[in-house]
Design a binder for this molecule. Structure first.
Ligand code: NAD
Ligand code: UD1
Length: 357
């Protein structure tokens, strides 16, 4: 039996593939590579010394997805595939609703057809919108403020309804806080297309010289130094959280919702200081006005995941910044550059990499 990983070539997906493979799981990856590159999966194989099948298909293509279930014995699905840029979702909401919501409905229809009823879903702390209090508990009011967040909220509701209709489904809704960092090897990490929206990818591109300076969005919030506070979590801790969640849903039915964060909040300027210390690079910045849609402060109450999953984030912000920097300095252009290298040095690899349509 294998675990199907949708969106497995992406940032969080690749790190989760590594943890699952190292734990002895068989995996199968489905990705349309709309926001990732095959090189990331080649590196997962190199890192773990394990092989797995990859299907280069879109979740919206029900027929191809059915083929994956026909050709493989699948026990559970870890569902990362989705679009994730807030600004993009405001500009083109239909694209986001189609890709994220309809993509998930098609996935669940195929799962139902093949009697696969275990799913771990990538939700987000964005479903809480501006919280009434911190730390945020899982039972806080959901009042997300943008189409991206609404796709996450809708999918959570769809999965709850699915369980109400058939109690043999088992669902984990994982609400991630702010994933940063990279695998210790420096071989896999976050490789955003274009100019990054998120803080750490932006800082690391300033450090490596691809961007001139950081723009700090607002220093007049009611926080320790006036800048926004977030709960940054190391992507490897997050990936391990998926392994625990998978164990949970494989052993019990129901819908289980968990915050995956550290429970600690750090400001933008604290992150800049820590990054400078750990990388030895200077990060010039200017203070600008607030970014529309931003909230002042957000961090997780993590007791539920600690108790029910036996999981706790173990890596601190020094390690998060150190690992981000190792990945960025070894791969200044993310996976872009190495694609060319691997094509020239090992041309035969690409051929056996994909199961094509
Ligand atoms: P990512 O963009 O790196 O990975 C997502 C992967 O899904 C990509 O490889 C992309 O090509 C693939 N994909 C997208 N639409 C697809 C489709 N229709 N069919 C097949 N493949 C498709 O993003 P990530 O940071 O790894 O995030 C993974 C999940 O976690 C996403 O659902 C995202 O919304 C959620 N999430 C991410 C964050 C974050 O800060 N990174 C925070 C909260 C939640
Ligand atoms: C953003 C998304 C959120 C998503 C999350 C993780 C928005 C409005 N929100 O949240 O939906 O779940 O990413 O993917 O886009 N900052 C700067 N300069 C920058 C970038 C960020 O000062 O160039 C500040 C922000 O104002 C914020 C903090 O850094 O205070 C973190 O920002 P970011 O990494 O974008 O994460 P979120 O704002 O939490």
């Amino acid at each position: 039996m294998a675990v199907l990983i949708t969106g497995g070539a992406g940032y969080i997906g690749t790190h989760t593939c590594v943890e699952l493979l190292n734990d002895g799981y068989e995996i199968i990856v489905v990705d349309n590579f709309s926001n990732s590159q095959p090189e990331s999966l080649r590196r997962v194989k190199e890192l773990t010394g394990r092989e797995f099948k990859t299907y280069a298909i879109d979740l919206l293509d029900a027929q191809s997805l059915e083929r994956v279930f026909t050709e493989n014995l699948i026990s559970s699905v870890v569902h990362f595939a989705g679009l994730k840029a807030v600004g993009e979702s405001v500009a083109d909401p239909l694209w986001y609703y189609r890709n994220n919501v309809i993509g998930t409905i098609i996935l669940c229809e195929v799962m139902k057809k093949f009697q696969v009823k275990n799913i771990v879903f990538s939700s987000s702390a964005t479903v809480y919108g501006q919280p009434d209090q911190v730390p945020i508990r899982e039972n806080a009011l959901l009042k997300t403020t943008n189409p991206y967040g609404r796709t996450k909220h809708m999918i959570e509701e769809i999965l709850r309804d699915l369980y109400i209709s058939d109690s043999s489904w088992s669902v984990a809704l994982l609400r991630y806080f702010n994933p940063i960092g990279a695998h210790k090897s420096g071989m896999i990490g976050e490789s955003p297309k274009g100019i990054p929206n998120n803080l750490l990818p932006y800082i690391s591109q300033v450090a490596v010289g691809s961007l001139d300076e950081l723009r700090v969005f607002g220093n007049d919030y009611e926080t320790k130094d006036g800048t926004g506070v977030r709960d940054y979590i190391h992507v490897v801790d997050l990936a391990i959280g998926h392994v625990r969640a998978l164990e949970k849903i494989e052993s019990s039915d129901g819908v289980h919702t968990y915050n995956l964060g550290t429970g600690k909040g750090y400001s933008v300027l604290e992150m800049v200081d820590t990054f400078e210390e750990t990388s030895g690079k200077s990060i010039p910045y200017t203070i600008l006005g607030r970014r529309p849609g931003d909230i002042p402060i957000c961090f997780a109450e993590t007791t539920k995941a600690n108790v029910e999953l036996g999981w706790r984030a173990e890596r601190g912000i020094d390690e998060m910044c150190e690992d981000t920097w190792r990945w960025q300095s070894l791969n200044p252009n993310g996976y872009e550059q190495s694609n060319t290298e691997s094509e020239t040095s090992v041309p035969s690899k690409a051929a056996d990499f994909f199961v094509t349509k």
